[in-house]
Design a protein around this ligand. Structure first.
Ligand code: UDP
Ligand code: MG
Length: 341
């Protein structure tokens, strides 16, 4: 038990070769300054560039750096999940690899944790080096999520945060496949607070979140934490039903006054038919989206596949790691403790 580090820093890495060296140096400086033990879990999410070789070289020199290498690209939220599963620390910090989240802010997060908060999230007071479109859509997204979900998800907050082991233990039990980690953390509860910070431009490389992925991410957040898209159907059905009832006396009156041909013709019928079909198909699509998510859960595949690890040996026995029983449960990750060589 004594060899558990105080802090675990989790970084998802997908094609970040230009950032890794500086990330490691800045993390090391910040964490060494705390005077406490720490580990850094670098999750290589199927990078196609030299990222793996770089983190591997760092891990070979500094055994506090642990490598979790995925069998393919599983996505940002899944990479963070794996890091959470493997973390041993009493407090766990999630941070991006591109240095948009300055590692120095971790000191502020830790200070709040010491005050007794179980979750300390970093709030983007300012954002630099991102397109207007991204900032605007992100703002809209956070506000929409805030309005339509039941859990209190803080505004303008990404995954950059510190979580106490009590929260981490709960998160490990939440094996849902379409994951929105910041929502899941809010759902857990305990004492949560925010710390303002300035989000910088990427140090190197480009965003791995093109519009397509952003929409998917937003949709996972909405479907994972809200029934709103299903519930608005009832309003539409109400409005359409009301219109239908209203149409009968209106058309009857007009025909009596202006002759039987008024409102005749197929054009009106065709337009209405197409419009209503479009409505119905749209809501069928929404229904399908929820059904597909049920399907994802029932198939119960592991969330990720680990190809290799480094500096992770024997972690099953350690206290903070997921227990063997938990990992035998269907739907949990497959841990293969095969080391590189
Ligand atoms: N990332 C990942 N897998 C992916 C996409 C991204 O592990 O499929 C990592 C990426 O390397 C970075 C973090 O997730 O450390 C955030 O990604 P990015 O900076 O591209 O997102 P943005 O900050 O632009 O929203
Ligand atoms: Mg980024």
């Amino acid at each position: 038990m004594t060899d558990r580090p105080q802090f675990s820093i989790i970084t998802p890495i997908y094609n970040e070769e230009g950032n890794i060296q500086l990330l490691y140096q800045r993390l090391r400086d910040v964490m060494d300054a705390t005077g406490e033990s720490w580990e850094a879990i670098m999750v290589n999410d199927g990078s196609q560039d030299g990222s793996l070789a770089l983190i591997d070289a760092i891990a070979a020199q500094d055994e506090r750096v642990k490598v979790l290498n995925f069998a393919r690209n599983f996505g940002h939220q899944i990479a963070v999940t794996a890091g959470i599963d493997y973390a041993d620390g009493h407090a766990v910090v999630l941070i991006d690899a591109d240095l948009q989240d300055p590692p120095e802010v971790i000191a502020d997060l830790i200070a709040k944790w010491r005050e007794g908060y179980e979750v300390v999230y970093a709030v983007r007071a300012e954002r630099h080096g991102e397109s207007r479109f991204k900032i605007w859509t992100a703002k809209l997204f956070y506000r929409l999520i805030y309005r339509i979900t039941d859990v209190n998800i803080p505004l303008d907050t990404g995954d950059f945060r510190l979580m106490d082991e009590r929260v981490v233990r709960v998160l490990r039990q939440m094996r849902e496949h379409n994951r929105f980690i910041r929502g899941m953390t809010s759902w857990v509860g305990f004492r949560q607070t925010g710390v303002d910070y300035v989000r910088h431009a990427r140090h190197a490389g480009e965003t791995k979140y093109p519009l397509r992925k952003m929409i998917r991410f937003a949709w996972d957040a909405i479907t994972g934490f809200s029934y709103f898209p299903l519930q608005i159907m009832v309003y539409f059905s109400g409005i359409l039903g009301f219109l239908a009832v209203l149409t009968i006396p209106v058309v009857a009156t007009l025909r009596i006054m202006r002759g039987p041909d008024f409102f005749g013709g197929q054009a009106t019928t065709i337009v209405l038919l197409l419009m209503l079909s479009a409505f119905q198909l749209f809501f069928l699509f929404i229904l399908g989206q929820y059904v597909a998510r049920i399907y994802d859960e029932t198939r119960d595949r592991p969330l990720y596949v680990v190809s290799s690890t480094r500096n992770m040996n024997g972690d099953d026995e350690k206290n903070g790691a997921p227990t063997k029983e938990a990992l035998k449960r269907p739907g949990t990750s497959h841990r293969t403790s095969r080391n590189f060589e």
